[in-house]
Design a protein around this ligand. Structure first.
Ligand code: PBG
Length: 353
């Protein structure tokens, strides 16, 4: 009997790199660890990158001067008076962050059924916007359009009985958008989820000659419990009666998100947002693949609170989970991320991390 040739290498637990194996892309010809072995090689083959230019920093504005009020459920996040918002805007520019999103903590006395403070050209977000403009700081300013910081019931729209009124709310939202653009805001971000709001706001802006105001629509905004700490920060927690499920989306739905996005684009949105972030990365991916438009994700207050709480206890490495979560958004297809971690991430990036 002819002795069988000793199979090369297999005695050492390895397979042969036959031409067939090479063609099939099989081990050991293919070893994906080769490209992971060194730091420089990992950088060279990275499919996605994060830069400060991907970040929008949300800030909370409060009345007063030189005032900084901590948000208990968001460690490290303070509500800032207008002068300190201007300082933060300067910091953001220094860090390479292209835009800020401003949200007000409205005095409960100014919250009414008709949300009239939303239309006050001297309300907190308008004052902060004007102050940043006056200081000549070259940064994008994003302002929400929604009535919830201004209503006594904490809902995003006007109410009759238990009903959130859609069409009546559109009139108020359009006026709110105009007031904000006139204060110097660049990007109007409708977050109210009324039907037809983007079209109404766009028509109002065009009619007033504000043809270059951008709209970043919270197109796929879910009725989420992850907004809890934000509602603390804006003072809406105590005010809110019931929930927002008659206008914000059901977390069970994904096809519906595409319909929302299609409508908002048709109505004149320039950019789309998905919110919350990490639990909805599938939506980011579908929106980006379907429409190929600038698609943003909001890493919301509850996501921030979760990571901070675990990091504070030493259960997670804070810096690492921040960066990992942010690159996750980019991998899913996001053009950029609204995140309370924006300055921290920008500093880490500057330090090479
Ligand atoms: C207002 C608004 C909310 C958030 C952004 N704009 C809260 C809500 O809809 O109740 C949430 C942001 C966050 O949780 O960080 N309509």
């Amino acid at each position: 009997m002819k002795p069988r040739p000793v199979p090369p290498l297999s005695s050492r637990g390895r397979e042969e790199a036959t031409p067939e194996a090479l063609a099939a892309g099989a081990f050991p010809a293919v070893r994906l660890r080769r490209n992971r072995r060194t730091e420089w090689a990992r950088r060279l083959v990275a499919e996605h990158t994060l830069s400060p230019a991907d970040l929008i920093w949300p800030l909370f504005v409060v009345d007063g001067h030189g005032r900084r009020v901590a948000v208990d459920s968001m460690p490290g996040v303070d509500r800032l008076s207008v002068d300190l918002v201007v300082e933060a805007a300067e910091q953001a520019v220094a860090l390479g962050i292209p835009a800020l999103a401003l949200f007000p903590y409205t005095d409960p006395k100014l919250r009414t059924e008709d949300a009239r403070e939303a239309l006050n050209p001297d309300n907190l977000v308008c004052r902060a916007t004007r102050a940043i403009r006056k200081a000549g700081i070259d940064i994008g300013i994003v302002l929400d359009v929604a009535l919830d910081p201004y209503t006594s019931h904490g809902h995003d729209g006007l109410m009759r009985g238990d009903t959130i009124l859609n069409d009546e709310t559109l009139v108020a939202l359009t006026r709110q958008a105009l007031v904000q653009v006139e204060a110097g805001c660049d990007i109007i971000a409708p977050s109210d989820m009324m039907d037809g709001r983007v079209g109404a706001i766009r028509a109002g802006l065009e009619a007033a000659g504000h043809t270059s105001a951008q709209i970043m629509s919270y197109a796929a905004k879910y009725a989420s419990a992850f907004y809890g700490p934000f509602r603390d920060a804006t003072g809406a927690t105590g005010a809110l009666k019931g929930d927002k499920r008659t206008y914000q989306m059901d977390p069970a739905n994904s096809d519906e998100a595409l319909r929302e996005v299609a409508l908002d684009l048709a109505e004149g949105a320039d950019m789309i947002m998905v919110k919350p972030g990490l639990p909805y990365l599938d939506i980011v991916r579908r929106v980006k693949e379907t429409f190929g438009v600038p698609t943003f994700a909001y890493q919301v207050s509850g996501e921030y609170a979760m990571l901070m709480a675990a990091a504070e206890r030493g259960w997670l490495d804070g810096n690492k989970v921040v960066m990992e979560s942010l690159i996750g958004f980019k991998r899913a297809g996001a053009s950029g991320i609204l995140t309370y971690f924006a300055p921290r991430a920008a500093r880490l990036l500057a330090a090479g991390g």
